[in-house]
Every structure is written in structure tokens, then in C-alpha cells.
Design a protein around this ligand. Structure first.
Ligand code: GLN
Length: 539
């Protein structure tokens, strides 16, 4: 069968859940027996989001192969539960870099290099690579931003060309828009949607399906209106009110009949009946009244929750399987340094220090780790959170007051966290970290080995610094245990404390492998420790 393509564009405003919609529709098609992959086309000029501030872009999501991607790839993997690869996130920067390199090599000698056809051909080639490298029968392609942005024009033009080259029966376009709610008259407005569809038409694309997002449910007559003014079939107008449980979105799309409609438009029939029982159970579980546990998430970018999107989702996945509800106390580590926000840490049942770069706020995180150790509060450290847990232990248990990571203090006398020799000569900032899947052997009898079902695991990485092997023995002698080590013995992957209910840090990022129906074992173990009563003797 020819590869089928589903293109997603956004109208009116961004951040209305285009990525989640694409991911959820991917799930609907997978449930019908098709292999699917999802690709994001990002119109910005950076080669990848790896060098962008989380304030600008939210979390940087990492794939198995080490590609640093947009956070929407996290939604895709969590919903379709298929691991994606480097072709699944394309940026304008990558496309231009490729074409310019070819031009310099002389591949186009004599030619004038233009957006059409050179840039658009390269975009089409990269869209084509998804099916080739993943084997997907249906490829869902999301264009970042909203229609009307200058940057996205070449992507839309490439899609326009693909529609005629690949055939209408093999390509459909879904436009995700926003219906604003007018408080004074208590109504939703379709006018901006009409305008954005007109804009899309003016650049050559008529949408086949319109997903109308809104904060409150939409009346039927508004659906009629959108169908009429935007020239789509009535059943192709999909109302999608904001819902409180993210993982309900596939169920909502299913109820709206989008899965069957899309297949029909692509000339396909379902190969099997979708089985939603697991998702229904997840949503029911999420809605149930459950005991609340508070987790202090001590980070640098806490004002923008998207900066820790996968961490937040992983906590929710693990909470569902533990029968608790997680409330996250977002704690700014810089505030802790000023002696503020400590109540949010002290009231918490568990402390989580996520990944991060740069020295701002690191001392606050070290103090949070110290609090967790001294008060025997469950602690989970992810990447930087693990490194700082080791720094804390070196300072306050081993007594090396100026112990640090050389990332923050290059002249420390006790560099417990340091660059590996192979990272020292690197000066480029983009794509040069230890990235992607690496193996880790678990040490029998440890918390880590107890948590995972298997003794050898593969986890995703994104960091430069490592635990300095010179100090392994000294740390071990005082009760730190290296419960996860690379099979060649060179790299510490997991550290944990012996004399503590649960204080564990990972050099990798387990949050990238947690799925709603397969919560990550370390998050599950963390919350299991968290939900144990703090003072059992008093009960
Ligand atoms: N900044 C640290 C390093 O580069 C930690 C990175 C992270 O937390 N992802 O090693």
C-alpha cells in the first residue's frame, strides 16, 4: 500500500494542543491495526531545540537515537507508544544547512538555489524518510506554529505539492483551530477559524477535517456553521473541548468518529476493532478520588511547567499505578537559596530534582537534597539531580566543603562530578553531549534492581558531566551505593543511599521512557516510597 499522509496545520493561535491531537489520532489508527509514526516540522532556524532555553521552547525531548527534539515528540511517543527516530523532527535550520552544504559541494553547479524547488524538495525528501526508516504505513506530519507565519510557508508549500504528487486518496489535511469564548455573551466564536481556513486556502490547501478546540463544549449549530463556511463535511468538524485528563483525548476523538472518517478518506478500512479498555481504565483511575501525595519539584524553570513536561507526565503515570494523586509543588531553587519557599519542600512527601544546565539555583538544589537526606524524605534526582545529590553527600557526609561539579566550580578541590576525557576537547554546544540510549547494569539487592523487572536496562541520556571515578571508593565507604553501572564499568548510571528509605539519582533521564500504561519503574518505586506514612510509629 502507498504510504498515507495526514498533515496537521494550526489556525488562530498556537499552543491549543495540535501535537496532542496528532498524537491521539495516531493512537486511533494504531488501534485499527496500522503502523504509524508522527513527524514534527518546526519552522524555526535552529538546527534542533538542544541549544534553546526551556523558557523559549519548553523541555528538550530526547529519542533513543539521541536526537534532541521538540516536546511534542514526547506526546507522540506517549500516545502511540512507538519509539521515533531522528527524521521525526525537522527544522528549517536542518533543511537549509543540508541545501547549503550541497551547494558548496557543487551539487547544483550552474543552478540558482531557490525555496521552490530546492527547499521544498528537501522538505518532501525528509517527510518521505519517515516511512522509509520507521516502516510506518500512515505518517502523521505536524507543522509547528500557525498558518500565516512567514517561516512555515515552505513547509505548507511542500505539503501542497505532496497532495497532488501522492494523490488525494493518500493525503489529508487536518486543521486545528481555536474558538474563543466571549464572556459577556457566553458564546464561542467561529470567525477566527473561518479566517484561518481562508488563509490556508490562499496558500493552496483546503482542509479535509477541522478540529475545533475550545475551553467550553461547542453546540451542534456551531459545527454546522463551521462545516458550511469552511467547506468541509459536517462529520469532519470535530469539536474538542479542553478536558481535565490528557489521556482522554483519544477517547474523545474516537467518540467523534474521526478514526473511521480519516480511514475512509484515505481509502482504508479498519483491520481490527479498537480496544480502548486500557485507556478507559486509565481515565477512570485518573478521575477517582485518591489519597494525595505532594512532590516538591525543585528546579530552575518552574514558572514554565512545560520545561518539565515529561517529568510531570511520568509522575502522573506512576501515580495512577500507585493509586495516589500527585500534587506538584513547583519550587524555584533560587528561592530556596534566599531562604524562601522552604515550606513547599517541608510540606512535601517526596522531593524531585530534575535535570538542568548552568549554575543558577544549583546551591538551592543541593540544600533540597540535604533536606531529603537528613529528614529521610524520598528523593529522586534526574541527571543534574543525581549529580547534585553526590555533591551534597561529598560536602556534608564526607566533609569536603567545596565539593562540586566542575560545571559550576572548575577549581573545586573535590571535583566529584567532572567531564570525561572524551568531552574535554569539544567546543561546539549543539549535539555534542552524551545523548540517547546507553546500557546500565543493575547491582543485585539495590533499590534500583528491585524497581526494574530486568537486570540490564537501556535509558536515554543528555548530559556532559559524569561521576568522577576517583571518588567512587570514598563515597561508597560512607554509604553511597552505585546501583547502576555501564557494562564496561566506566560510568556510574545510578547512585543511591544505603541508610535512607529512598534516595536515588540517575545519570540518565527515565522520564523519556515512561508511558501512561507503562509507567517507568523508578518513578513507580519513588512514589511507592513516598506514599509510605512518614511517621509510621504514630499511626
Ligand atoms: N548539566 C549537567 C551535565 O551536562 C546535567 C545535564 C542534565 O541534567 N541533563 O552533565
Amino acid at each position: 500500500m502507498a504510504t498515507k499522509y495526514i498533515f496537521f496545520t494550526g489556525g488562530v493561535v498556537s499552543s491549543v494542543g495540535k501535537g496532542v491531537t496528532a498524537a491521539a489520532l495516531g493512537r486511533l489508527l494504531k488501534e485499527r491495526g496500522f503502523s504509524v509514526a508522527v513527524q514534527k516540522l518546526d519552522p524555526y532556524i535552529n538546527v534542533d531545540p538542544g541549544t534553546m532555553s526551556p523558557y523559549q521552547h519548553g523541555e528538550v525531548y530526547v529519542l533513543d537515537d539521541g536526537t534532541e527534539t521538540d516536546l511534542d515528540l514526547g506526546h507522540y511517543e506517549r500516545f502511540i507508544d512507538t519509539n521515533l527516530n531522528h527524521v521525526c523532527n525537522v527544522t528549517t535550520g536542518q533543511v537549509y544547512a543540508e541545501i547549503i552544504a550541497k551547494e558548496r559541494r557543487g551539487d547544483f553547479l550552474g543552478g540558482t538555489i531557490q525555496v521552490i524547488p530546492h527547499i521544498t524538495n528537501e522538505i518532501k525528501r525528509r517527510i518521505g524518510l519517515v516511512a522509509k526508516t520507521t516502516g510506518a504505513e500512515i505518517v502523521l506530519v505536524e507543522v509547528g506554529g500557525t498558518v500565516g507565519d512567514i517561516e512555515s510557508l515552505p513547509f505548507i508549500e511542500a505539503i501542497r505539492q505532496m497532495r497532488s504528487e501522492n494523490g488525494r486518496e493518500n493525503t489529508i489535511c487536518i486543521h486545528v483551530t481555536w474558538l474563543p469564548h466571549i464572556g459577556a455573551t457566553n458564546e464561542l466564536k467561529t470567525k477566527p477559524t473561518q479566517h484561518s481556513v481562508r488563509e490556508l486556502r490562499s496558500i493552496g490547501i483546503s482542509p479535509d477535517v477541522i478540529v475545533a478546540r475550545s475551553d467550553v463544549p461547542m453546540d451542534d449549530d456551531l459545527g454546522d456553521k463551521i462545516a458550511l463556511f469552511c467547506d468541509v463535511e459536517r462529520q469532519a468538524v470535530v469539536p474538542m473541548a479542553t478536558c481535565d485528563v490528557l489521556y482522554e483525548v483519544p477517547l474523545l476523538l474516537e467518540r467523534a468518529g474521526v478514526g473511521d472518517y480519516v480511514l475512509k478518506r484515505l481509502g482504508l478500512g479498519a483491520r481490527r476493532q479498537p480496544d480502548w479498555s486500557e485507556w478507559q481504565r486509565l481515565v477512570e483511575e485518573a478521575r477517582k478520588h485518591k489519597p494525595v501525595v505532594q512532590i516538591a519539584l525543585v528546579g530552575k524553570y518552574v514558572e514554565l511547567h512545560d520545561a518539565y513536561l515529561s517529568v510531570r507526565e511520568s509522575l502522573h503515570h506512576a501515580a495512577l499505578s500507585n493509586g495516589v494523586e500527585v500534587v506538584i509543588n513547583w519550587v524555584s531553587s533560587s528561592e530556596l537559596e534566599k531562604g524562601r519557599s522552604w515550606d513547599a519542600v517541608q510540606n512535601a512527601d517526596g522531593i524531585l530534582v530534575p535535570g538542568g544546565f548552568g549554575s543558577r539555583g544549583t546551591e538551592g538544589k543541593i540544600q533540597a537534597a540535604r533536606y531529603a537526606r537528613e529528614h529521610k524524605i524520598p528523593y529522586l534526582g534526574l541527571c543534574l539531580g543525581m549529580q547534585l545529590m553526590v555533591v551534597e553527600f561529598s560536602r556534608y557526609v564526607l566533609g569536603h566543603e567545596d565539593a562540586n561539579s566542575t560545571e559550576f566550580d572548575p577549581s573545586t578541590s573535590y571535583p566529584v562530578i567532572d567531564l570525561m576525557p572524551d568531552q574535554r576537547s569539544i567546543s561546539d554546544m549543539g549535539g555534542t553531549m552524551r545523548l540517547g540510549l546507553y546500557p546500565c547494569e543493575l547491582q543485585p539487592g539495590s533499590l534500583a534492581a528491585e524497581a526494574y523487572p530486568q537486570p540490564l536496562v537501556q535509558e536515554r541520556h543528555r548530559h556532559r558531566f559524569e561521576l568522577n571515578n576517583t571518588y567512587r571508593e570514598a563515597l561508597q565507604a560512607r554509604g553511597m551505593r552505585f546501583s547502576g553501572i555501564s557494562p564496561d564499568g566506566r560510568l556510574v548510571e545510578i547512585a543511591e543511599l544505603e541508610d535512607h528509605p529512598f534516595m536515588l539519582g540517575t545519570q540518565f533521564h527515565p522520564e523519556f521512557l515512561s508511558r501512561p500504561n507503562r509507567p517507568h519503574p523508578l518513578f513507580v518505586a519513588f512514589l511507592k516510597a513516598v506514599k509510605k506514612p512518614k511517621y509510621p510509629d504514630n499511626l
